[in-house]
Design a protein around this ligand. Structure first.
Ligand SMILES: Cc1cc2nc3c(=O)[nH]c(=O)nc-3n(C[C@H](O)[C@H](O)[C@H](O)COP(=O)(O)O)c2cc1C
Length: 340
């Protein structure tokens, strides 16, 4: 069975990619993912704040060299709080991870940066490239809290961020975007115009919860479920064949069924994180086996035989992708008698 596909111009042995998670910061875990069949790995994100914090600290050290004696106490330096933050992966250690992963793996290694503003931190992309990353993923994650800032101003900032990062690189760039735009397709097209060779649909945002006993805000990561594929599936289906970029489906892949649906909708690759955190890297071999069996049973020789066959662009009646679906669901419920 020919499961090869292309992502960001890279040829992959199959369409399953291990998306970013803290576990991917460990080389032995990356090797287990490769052994289980992952066709590429995305490293955990390096955050804009981490890069900026280290930059400021370096500048402070340099300026101290000029203005102060060599015995200047360490506590004059701005602390790098973020370094011990979510991943504790400082930019230097991250570069080392990229080098080691490149050295030990034979599948593509994709580095990830997470931030939303144009600026000096984006130069770090060049160092990730020099360290050997095959491609770079930019995760645009922001929660706008300024009620006076317009959506178009935020969108423009995102687009400039993509443009700047693309300008700093020769390796391909993908943009991991969220679904919260008035016109997702328009944003997708603008990211592609700005230099994205691929789009990851979608970023899964972390939302807060309230702990009623401690009266604190908590933000425990919630792993996805198969039902969560609906929104990305809709947009993969709407974008396939209509943007000049490869498409990665991300969210809710637990077994082969969700991966196959995403491929029918038009995904070039399908990304997996929650299932790996829940079941371990072995989920890749299970999903691959299921995909292989599905194609074999139906006599489909390669992914091209199914990819995009159920996309908006190719369906004769694509109403289910649009408002028509809403109406149909309402009609299905009206007239039903509820016992309770
Ligand atoms: C614990 C955890 C950590 C994550 N860390 C990152 C990250 O560093 N960078 C990133 O782009 N996405 C990160 N993600 C998002 C995943 O890469 C993925 O896009 C999301 O979880 C949806 O896929 P899934 O349904 O297969 O989990 C993280 C997700 C989880 C659950």
């Amino acid at each position: 069975m020919d499961l090869t596909t292309s992502w960001l111009g890279l040829t992959l042995g199959n369409p399953l990619v291990a998306s970013a998670s803290p576990a991917n910061g460990q080389l032995d875990h990356l090797m287990r993912l490769e052994d289980a069949g992952a066709a590429a790995v995305v490293l955990p994100s390096l955050f804009e704040e981490q890069i900026d914090a280290v930059g400021s600290r370096r500048e402070a050290i340099l300026s101290m060299g000029v203005d102060h004696s060599a015995e200047a106490p360490q506590h004059y330096l701005p602390p790098v709080h973020i370094a011990s933050g979510p991943y504790g992966l400082l930019p230097e250690r991250y570069l080392d991870l990229v080098r080691r992963a490149r050295d030990r793996l034979s599948i593509p290694v994709i580095a990830s940066m997470n931030g939303t503003t144009p600026g000096g931190w984006l130069d770090h992309g060049r160092q990730l490239q020099q360290a050997g990353a095959h491609a770079l993923e930019l995760n645009l994650f922001a929660v706008p809290t300024d009620l006076s800032e317009s959506g178009s101003a935020i969108e423009m900032r995102y687009v400039r961020t993509v443009q700047e990062l693309h300008g700093a690189l020769t390796i391909p760039l993908s943009v991991k975007m969220g679904p919260y735009f008035t016109n997702v397709g328009n944003m997708a097209s603008r990211f592609v115009e700005a230099g994205a060779a691929g789009l990851v649909i979608f970023n899964r945002f972390v939302q807060p919860d309230i702990d009623l006993y401690r009266l604190t805000l908590s933000s425990e990561p919630v792993l996805s479920q198969p039902v969560d594929i609906r929104l990305p599936l809709q947009w993969i289906g709407l974008l396939a064949g209509r943007v000049q970029a490869s498409l990665a489906a991300s969210t809710g892949v637990e077994n082969a069924e969700q991966a196959i649906k995403y491929l029918y909708a038009g995904a070039d690759v399908v990304m997996v994180t929650s299932a790996v955190l829940r079941d371990g890297p072995g989920c890749f071999s299970t999903i691959l086996r299921g995909l292989d069996e599905w194609l074999e049973t139906r006599g489909v020789a390669s992914l091209d035989g199914i990819r995009g066959a159920m996309s908006f662009a190719r369906l004769k009646d694509p109403r289910a992708y649009t408002r028509g679906q809403y109406l149909a669901q309402l009609q299905a419920w009206s007239g039903r008698h509820l016992d309770a």
